[in-house]
Design a protein around this ligand. Structure first.
Ligand code: HEC
Length: 199
């Protein structure tokens, strides 16, 4: 009887090598390693890539994949490592596929930001609330499935009680950014809006 080559290799004590050789090649989308998110993963919101009103990044090096979904007119699933922000202190980061099926693998963060950098106040999945008691997941889950929990204006979520002008001012007032070029009058307006806005 003739032995199949893999079994033959095993009989010659080359089993691990034979099994490895039989493994299919890793998928092209495989990550180099687990996604590690620390305070250093976050930066001045305006140094991220703007998409309409919000900003994106990818801490796993796949900004192209993140932008492809963010700019798709029909939605899609954001790739692992995607970072999405509207406000300097609230962030969604896409974890590895299957990490948390309830939140479709999004991890929610509430940050403190200052000139010195970023501090993580809260992080987690369906249980994270912003500093006004609003549960991130409870709002973002209202987005229609094709938008992968991204709300924007018209994806089906309850609206935020804040104007686009105030959103822009909060983005401008991110203390981690180099604001040396910003005119004083704009800094004053941004500061006032930041102090008066409940977000
Ligand atoms: C009251 C509901 C509500 C709560 C609570 C809430 N969000 Fe949102 N979020 C929204 C809506 C609506 C938008 C879109 C606003 C717009 O584009 O005008 C948004 C925008 C965002 C965006 C930009 C991408 C997008 O979905 O449009 C991120 C990132 C985000 N929120 C993260 C968070 C995080 C993190 C928390 C918790 C710390 C949180 N949000 C809490 C409703 C909510």
């Amino acid at each position: 009887m003739r032995l199949p080559p893999a079994l033959l290799a095993c009989t010659l004590l080359l089993c691990p090598a034979a099994v490895l050789a039989a493994d299919p090649a890793p998928a092209a989308t495989a990550l180099p390693g687990p996604i590690v998110i620390t305070e250093q993963s976050f930066k001045c919101i305006r140094d991220m890539t703007p998409v309409r009103g919000f900003f994106v990044d990818n801490i796993a090096g796949n900004l192209e994949g993140t932008l492809a979904v963010a700019n798709s007119p029909t939605g899609g699933v954001y790739p692992p490592g995607s970072v999405v922000q509207l406000f300097p202190n609230e962030v969604m980061v896409k974890r590895e596929q299957g990490f948390n099926p309830v939140t479709r693998d999004w991890e929610f963060f509430e940050l403190d930001v200052s000139k010195e950098g970023t501090t993580i106040r809260k992080r987690g999945f369906a249980d994270v609330k912003n500093r006004f008691g609003g549960n991130c997941f409870a709002c973002h889950v209202q987005a229609k499935p094709e938008w992968d929990m991204i709300c924007e204006k018209d994806h089906g979520c309850e609206k935020l009680p804040i104007s686009d002008f105030a959103v822009k001012s909060l983005q401008n007032a991110d203390a981690r950014c180099d604001n040396s070029e910003t005119p004083f009058s704009q800094k004053a307006t941004d500061w006032m809006i930041r102090v008066l806005t409940p977000l």
